[in-house]
Structures are given as structure tokens and as C-alpha cells.
Write a protein that binds this ligand. Structure first.
Ligand SMILES: [Mn+2]
Length: 301
């Protein structure tokens, strides 16, 4: 039975490229494994796959009764539908451990590195398998995407030297320039509806019984996003249904900070938790995982 490698919903480049890399490694190890995506790709990931000539995987609509390798998440609330009834045989991730459970011993590698693709480079090395040029290219992009070109506090030394090695394999001479090129594509939000933007990089969490949603847009400049702030707010309000709070992080990659939009019955929740002023700007806030989720978890404890 074929194994499907798949990342989280609202797929980002790391979730998609990690699934492709896992499938490649497994194939080289003689295991029947194919990459799948949870939903349509965002513009950045489309650009990345196109740039290195890698085919877009098919969408996995349901994981029920399938053999699955989970990448880039371990939370059921972020997973493809039916994951609670899937046979999860492998996990590669760089987030806190979520709530998935398995029926049999699971091949699991979770490390606190900047991207799942960083971990996967180590796995290829461990098995003494070579990463094809095109796959090295998309893995590098995923690493640059997740670490916001090494600017996010989630970046580790391992990410920096793995990026160098991937660049060498992929024949990328200027890593920073590749990152900036990618972020420009990501920042081009003209013509994209507020609804799509709010859900583009959106994750659900449960904190002490409270349902919290957090979306993040990482942009090279916030001008375009702020022009449509009212529309974004409206969409965030719709998203709040059934949840305690919805946050939308408008992260400026160049200025290195985040304008925080918060929809909650608890007025000024964002100020209480993050101490931001009336303008909702939090300087230095780049990472949902490292700077937002832990603070919220602490707050709701
Ligand atoms: Mn990731």
C-alpha cells in the first residue's frame, strides 16, 4: 500500500516541499511513497515549484484508512480531514508535539530547527542518499521561507549551514537574492481577496479548551495589506465563529515586526497578551510559533 507524505492545511512552502522531499527519500530507500498536498498551493509555493521544475503534487482529500507520513505538523486540527482514522507511520516536524496518536510504533523525527526541510537534509545524509538538484532547490526555498531568510528567531546555526549545502547542490549562488525574490512573490497581494489572504497561512489551536485561530501574512512591506485592513478585519470576524479569538499577524519582513489584528470578545486581548499599543504594532515579532503561540498559551493557562 502506497504511503502518502502530506503537510498541514493552508499549505506553505515547507509543508509542500517537505512532503516532496520525504517521498523522494523513501523512493530512494525502496519504499512506495508519494507526496500529496492538503489544499491548493499559495502563490509563493507555486513560484518555488515552477522555478525548480518540480511537479505540483495531487490533493489528498481524506486521510481516512490511508498510510501517512505527516510533515510539518502534528495537530489534528491542522491536518487533512480523516487524519484521526489514518494509519500514521511517520512524522517529520519542527513544531511542538500535537495531539496525533498512532496504532503502531511510529518513525518520528521532531527537531527544533527552522524548517522541516532542514531536518530532511539531515535524514538524506543519515541514509547516505543524494538529494536531486531540483529537490535541493525547493528544500532551500522552504528553509528560507520558514526562517524568513534567516531573520526569524526560529533560525538556528544548523539552518544556516544546511542552506549553504542545499544551495551548493541546487547551484544557487546568491541565497539571499533567492529569498528576496521569493518574498516579493509572496508580498504581491494585489488582486487577492481578503478572504484568501486571511486563510492563506492560517492555523487553528486549542489552548486550555479555547479555540484560537492565528493567521500570518509575511510581507515585504505592509502598504498593500494596510490599505485593505477593513476588509481583512471583516473576514477575520467571519472566521471567529465558534472560536474564542482570531489573530491575524501582518508581519513586515523588511521592518521586522508585526501589525496585530485581533478579533475577540475580550476587548484589547492583544494589548493584554503582547503589550502592543493602540497601533497594534509589535516590533521584533516575526514568528507565530516562537513569539505568539507560547505567550497565548501562557495567558490562557
Ligand atoms: Mn515548517
Amino acid at each position: 500500500m502506497v504511503i502518502y507524505a502530506v503537510g498541514h492545511k493552508s499549505p506553505d512552502s515547507d509543508a509542500v516541499c517537505a512532503a516532496i522531499a520525504v517521498a523522494e527519500l523513501k523512493r530512494q530507500l525502496g519504499v512506495e511513497c508519494e507526496a500529496r498536498i492538503s489544499e491548493e498551493l499559495n502563490t509563493e509555493t507555486k513560484f518555488v515549484l515552477e522555478k525548480f521544475g518540480v511537479a505540483v503534487p495531487e490533493i489528498l482529500k481524506s486521510a481516512k484508512d490511508e498510510k501517512i507520513i505527516l510533515v510539518d505538523h502534528t495537530e489534528l486540527s491542522q491536518a487533512v480531514d480523516g487524519m484521526d482514522e489514518a494509519d500514521i507511520v511517520g512524522i517529520v516536524d519542527h513544531h511542538n508535539l500535537g495531539d496525533v496518536s498512532t496504532d503502531s510504533p511510529v518513525d518520528i523525527l521532531v527537531r527544533p530547527l527552522g524548517s522541516t526541510c532542514t531536518i530532511l537534509k539531515g535524514l538524506f545524509d543519515f541514509f547516505k542518499k543524494e538529494i536531486p538538484e531540483d529537490i535541493a532547490g525547493i528544500m532551500l526555498c522552504a528553509l528560507l521561507s520558514d526562517t524568513v531568510i534567516f531573520r526569524s528567531p526560529t533560525t538556528t546555526d544548523v539552518d544556516r549551514w544546511v542552506a549553504d549545502e542545499l544551495a551548493e547542490i541546487a547551484g544557487v549562488e546568491d541565497v539571499e537574492a533567492l529569498g528576496v525574490e521569493m518574498f516579493k512573490v509572496r508580498s504581491d497581494i494585489k488582486g487577492i481577496s481578503a478572504k484568501r489572504l486571511v486563510t492563506r497561512n492560517y492555523k487553528n489551536y486549542e489552548m486550555n479548551g479555547k479555540k484560537i485561530g492565528i493567521g500570518q501574512l509575511e510581507l515585504a512591506g505592509l502598504d498593500e495589506a494596510l490599505k485593505m485592513k477593513d476588509k481583512l478585519l471583516k473576514e477575520a470576524v467571519k472566521l471567529k465563529k465558534g472560536r474564542y479569538a482570531v489573530f491575524l499577524m501582518l508581519t513586515d519582513v523588511l521592518k521586522q515586526g508585526t501589525e496585530l489584528i485581533c478579533i475577540s470578545g475580550d476587548k484589547h486581548l492583544e494589548r493584554k497578551v503582547f503589550g502592543c499599543g493602540e497601533d497594534c504594532w509589535v516590533g521584533g515579532m516575526m514568528s507565530r510559533k516562537k513569539q505568539v503561540v507560547p505567550k497565548l498559551e501562557e495567558f490562557f493557562e
